[in-house]
Design a protein around this ligand. Sequence first.
Ligand SMILES: NC(=O)c1ccc[n+]([C@@H]2O[C@H](COP(=O)([O-])OP(=O)(O)OC[C@H]3O[C@@H](n4cnc5c(N)ncnc54)[C@H](O)[C@@H]3O)[C@@H](O)[C@H]2O)c1
Length: 453
Amino acid sequence: MKITILGTGYVGLTTGVALAYLGHDVCCLDTDERVIAQLQQGEPPLYEPHLREMLELSRSRLRFTTSYAEAVPEAEVVFVAVGTPPRPDGSPDLQFVRAAADTLGRNLGKGYTVVVNKSTVPIGSGKWARHVIEAAYFEVHGRDADGLVGVGSNPEFLRESTAVHDTLYPDRIVIGAADERVLERLKELYRPLIEQKFPAPEFLPRPEGLEQVTLIATDPASSELIKYAANAFLALKISYINEIGLLASKVGGNIQTVARGIGMDQRIGPRFLQPGLGWGGSCFGKDTSALLTTADEHGVSMPIVHATREMNGRMRVHVIEKLRGVYDSLERKRISLLGLVFKPDTDDLRDAPSLEIIRRLNDHGAKVTVHDPRGLERFRSGPLAASVTIAESAEALFEGADAVVLITEWREYLALDWAGLRAKMRGAVVVDGRNALKREEMEAAGYRYLRIP
Ligand SMILES: NC(=O)c1ccc[n+]([C@@H]2O[C@H](COP(=O)([O-])OP(=O)(O)OC[C@H]3O[C@@H](n4cnc5c(N)ncnc54)[C@H](O)[C@@H]3O)[C@@H](O)[C@H]2O)c1
């Protein structure tokens, strides 16, 4: 099938590469010329494990362009995967979706095209997008566009850091389609994934026992709501364990054991019950906030989603409180942050807890040093880079530090010679924001070892 993907970010590029791997002809379009030039050279513009190998494997069925006129007229299915970042008031900014829908409409060919929204958009956006596409088409071609486009919703559930894996072996595929024709075309497109008959790439074997992926076909509003509800629930689990963790630290309980004890209940499950600095990244913050905006518009209050966000914000402040429990004042204290990105194996800095922690440490007059194996390139072009020292290596970050805070549990950080590095520090304080280091080893090495919460 001929497919076009609008937006080659984490979602669009991974989707495009995976669909090409499955045998479709895929054209990936982005308005960012630098990104497209990189992709034409076979260079992924973002870091995601196995994306480079997949690009290589699927090369013969992949094209990259900035031209809608080249990408759209022939396409049987067009995916919209552009960004929907939050506005300052927390509502989603739909300017990129609008621009994509408008330019798409102007460039549609005469054949029937299915336009699928993969961007996370407010409930009801499908209808709105259809209107924008058709209005643009009418403007260019006159009013004969009836039945020209079918619009569907196909939310994306991939996780950054395992995006290729999640795309090839999804837990489920959700399609919101207002009519049968849209659904049939998307079923056809996803058949290789649903049936799981494709040869698995050597570096990403098929999970044992996966023979079929369930497709949930529903109406567009339910499909769009599934995405928001899933993210809010995952965020809730993390905030919940942190709330219990704050209490555990007061009553002398061990939150790791408590989390294990809760998670072994099959009704709850162990995942997303890791206490620590809380969630970050491009989705949970923005999507919980967008959900609240939609609820507000419909006169519905969502106290659980509110509390989930409030608790996550508290964890970022809690790090500063921990440090102030050791050093009354952080003025001129050298605080080193191991890790900037919101989780290992990504280079994404969006809504990373590190950014707010840096701002707060700056406000307290601390001297901040940072390091990250993958996030430094993006960090250097951001507004906070000038306010900190960037260490050339993780080891260098210990030099003269009063405290080291583990922000991201990168494997290479956990494997550092912590005992040896202790001597380089001025203080010997380690705050483990991810509960990822071994308490006995840290204490045996002479550290004052503190955990979050
Ligand atoms: N990143 C994730 O983990 C994830 C997971 C599930 C869903 N989502 C959702 O998917 C969507 C995309 O997220 P992302 O993280 O891939 O975003 P991203 O910021 O990484 O990529 C978006 C891309 O769209 C391009 N773009 C902007 N306007 C365009 C236009 N008019 N035409 C063509 N390209 C255009 C940008 O240049 C950019 O490269 C968002 O709605 C997000 O909420 C993201």
